[in-house]
Design a protein around this ligand. Structure first.
Ligand SMILES: O=C(O)c1cc(=O)[nH]c(=O)n1[C@@H]1O[C@H](COP(=O)(O)O)[C@@H](O)[C@H]1O
Length: 272
């Protein structure tokens, strides 16, 4: 199934625009999990099982695995997601960007090794660095546009021909690069005004919107700025606020994650 169709189905099935980010920082795992040999897999499976009916996508961040040489654990988690929750899109967050020949290998890594439905891509090197991903026409190419971090303004906000660079990226992707209808853009929840600008430029294109939760993005402003006329169009990501939600009395980490994911999903739905 095409990434965009799978995403549309997941928005509807789970009544959710929430993307649950899987950023497993071993130093923050509960002690009883951290001591296990397969700690990262256990922890992530616990989060996935607790939130799968609340999420429109899962997004593992590759750095948390690669830094530890734990790619086998990422493979196991991706296999688990594909087997148990095949209806929920799996986004590999890798923010790749390189010359075409190398990009082809990164695309194989994301779509074949990890079996991801979509991957995040840095557009800084231009179209030939993105084109290899588009050859997998059923898969999603999620391109950085207006990132959530403060330093995103250093380059993305530079005025080029009378408008900020991120708007050029949005138009370029929407008008030229999105040949097979598989492209999405990343726009941070920390910049709702720019999110509205991007939405106006790209029609109903899906947007990956990180920055609610730990980065403090405002949910109401995010949804009002980024939703489509159908009240969808976004994968609003939260990672740390869900993964490391402090358990209340009687809760384990997975129950705490579920509680925060439910609150976040429902808060998003209030403004759709
Ligand atoms: O591509 C991303 O996912 C991404 C883009 C961006 O502009 N900002 C951003 O925070 N992210 C990722 O989204 C996640 C945000 O995590 P939390 O701040 O813990 O919710 C991390 O995995 C980031 O790498």
């Amino acid at each position: 199934m095409k990434f965009t169709d799978k995403l549309s189905a997941a928005w509807a099935t789970n009544t959710s625009l929430l993307c649950v980010g899987l950023d497993p920082d071993v130093s923050r795992l509960p002690a009883h999990v951290r001591d296990q040999p397969d700690a990262i897999v256990r922890f992530c499976k616990g989060i996935i099982d607790a939130t799968a009916d609340l999420a429109c996508a899962f997004k593992p961040q590759i750095a948390y695995f690669a830094a530890l040489g734990a790619e086998a654990q990422l493979e196991a988690i991706c296999a688990y997601l594909r087997e148990r929750y095949p209806h929920i899109p799996l986004i590999l967050d890798a923010k790749r960007g390189d010359i075409g020949a190398t990009a082809h290998q990164y695309a194989r890594e994301a779509y074949e090794r990890y079996g991801a439905d979509a991957v995040t891509i840095n557009p800084y090197m231009g179209f030939d660095s993105v084109e290899p991903y588009l050859a997998w026409s059923d898969h999603g190419a999620i391109i950085l546009c207006r990132t959530s971090n403060p330093g995103g303004s250093d380059l993305q906000f530079l005025q080029v021909d009378g408008k900020p660079l991120y708007q050029h990226v949005a138009s370029l992707v929407a008008d030229k690069w999105n040949r097979h209808g598989q492209c999405s853009l990343v726009v941070g929840a920390t910049f709702p005004e720019e999110l509205a600008q991007v939405r106006a430029l790209v029609g109903d294109m899906p947007l990956l919107v990180p920055g609610v939760g730990a980065q403090g993005g405002d949910i109401e402003a995010t949804v009002r700025s980024g939703k489509t006329a159908q009240g969808t169009g976004m994968m609003i990501n939260s990672s740390r606020a869900i993964l490391y939600a402090p358990p209340l009395a009687g809760e384990d980490y997975a129950a705490a994650a579920r509680r925060v994911a439910l609150e976040t999903r429902d808060a998003i739905n209030l403004y759709r």
